[in-house]
Design a protein around this ligand. Structure first.
Ligand SMILES: [Zn+2]
Length: 267
């Protein structure tokens, strides 16, 4: 079977080596993992998740009476924090998730990217996505390049047309640098083709699949200013906030589900 996230990681190493704008990226700071999403469903193909966003300022939620506008209740104070992912001695700074099998079936056809790649084979859309997610890594280490949502993930609205142009220029320059086709050949197959050729598609996932490390709220022991308003506790995080290599599982992805492969160590 083909380990899809491993193949993407190997390709990324070559990409950052050959692409001056991405050469600041140390891929040992980055972990690539798989999420599930059907090919025919709408949704993202991949996402860059930043784990270095600082703890938020203290805040709270509040509720007002719809008629009087009066404060009726509020939550306790909390901060929003990034989970910690450590592989051996290394703290991971970015996660890049690929949605499988959807990403395997991404195509330039009917894509807004098509205008940047006239006459290119349809699978270039996938190479473009890989560059796109790497381009979100901020050289200033402040998070996600351009805008970021509060949960640390990247929003479709976080990039203007220049972002897409920059990415396509990098992709075209990479291909013109004559990389070894063995590194990107696997992108030429759609999901059916991959299964025929390799007998299955597996990927690194987190133990709490389909969840994964995400920003969470941590309550603060601060008094609520107005003693007369009811204070609701903040929901404790429902997912782990610390992860290590022991939390990585290899799963096989099929058209409509995934299953864990035991005895396979995730890279
Ligand atoms: Zn993006």
């Amino acid at each position: 079977m083909i380990n899809y996230t491993e193949r993407i990681t190997l390709l990324m190493r070559d990409v950052v080596r050959r692409t001056p704008q991405l050469s600041f990226i140390d891929l040992s700071d980055v972990l690539v993992f798989g999420r599930f999403g059907r090919s025919e469903a709408e949704g993202a193909f991949a996402t860059c998740h930043c784990l270095t966003l600082p703890e938020s300022e203290p805040g709270y939620f509040f509720w007002r009476d719809r008629d009087t506008g009066e404060l009726t209740r509020r939550s306790e104070w909390f901060v929003t924090k990034s989970p910690v992912v450590r592989l051996g001695p290394k703290t991971i700074k970015y996660l890049i998730s690929f949605v499988l099998p959807r990403f395997c079936d991404q195509s330039l056809e009917r894509s807004r990217k098509a205008e940047f790649y006239p006459g290119a084979p349809v699978w270039i859309a996938k190479l473009d996505t890989i560059f796109h997610e790497l381009y979100h890594i901020d050289p200033g280490e402040t998070g996600i390049r351009r805008v970021v949502r509060a949960d640390g993930s990247d929003s479709l609205r976080s990039h203007g047309p220049r972002f897409y142009e920059d990415v396509s220029a990098m992709v075209n320059a990479y291909l013109a640098s004559t990389p070894d086709p063995a590194l990107y050949d696997f992108l030429q197959h759609d999901f059916t083709g991959l299964n025929e050729r390799f007998g299955g598609v597996v990927a690194t996932t987190f133990r709490n699949f389909p969840s994964f490390p995400q920003r969470y709220m941590e309550p603060l022991d601060l008094p609520a200013a107005d003693g007369s308003v009811r204070v609701e506790p903040v929901k404790p995080p429902s997912q782990p906030v610390h992860y290590t290599e022991r939390d990585l599982h290899v799963r096989q992805f099929t058209d409509d589900k995934t299953r864990r492969l035991r005895g396979h160590h995730a890279a």
